[in-house]
Design a binder for this molecule. Sequence first.
Ligand code: DC
Length: 224
Amino acid sequence: MGMKRGLVIAIDGPAGAGKSTVAKILAEKLGLRYLDTGAMYRAIALKAARTGLGPTDGEAAAELAARSRIEFGAGSPPSIWLDGEDITAAIRTPEIGELASALSAFSPVRAVLASQQKEMVAAGGMTLEGRDVTTVIAPDAELRVFLTASLEERAKRRYQELQAKGVDISYEELIRQISERDHRDYTREDSPLKIGSGVQVVESYGLTPEEVADRILALIPLES
Ligand code: DC
């Protein structure tokens, strides 16, 4: 046996369940690196949009992905860089989220990003979150959590986030977008979002991100 790798906490869940906020808190509390796998899908979506590709251009997007350099900067939360450009803010729009969701249904796109993500996780010492990290990217993580909340709760949270950023979108439109996104994330053939066996479900309803993080901390196995 080699040296024990650092603790890995993997968190999956639907859009808007609060995964990123909670994963960031956990990473900070435990001194772990933080990997936002969704940001990588968004990075490819941004590049695809700029290249004129649409939601059905999965093959071309996979080729783009294979020729792209996605990096995370230092800092908390880490900035995200695409081919040397800081795209931290540019990927956080509803349009890029939609395109990321559509392109993530294509296996060739997933294959490129999954292999990069598995490599990043290999050294351990990481909190990662996404749609397939508990089942595909880090199935051997010491702790695997499925974070969930109702559609209305998630839409409300997104609405407040976007309002704060000055993005003009109605609550009803967010409900529509998020339920469509859920449908796509749960029903795609390759690595659909699901509660894998042995994954612990944490309901975030009515809890602050700190309280959710505390619940997850309490689930870390003692021997790790
Ligand atoms: O978490 P997010 O909203 O930033 O992710 C954007 C999209 O990327 C999401 O709708 C589906 C896709 N995604 C994925 O398929 N697998 C992941 N591990 C993370 C995100």
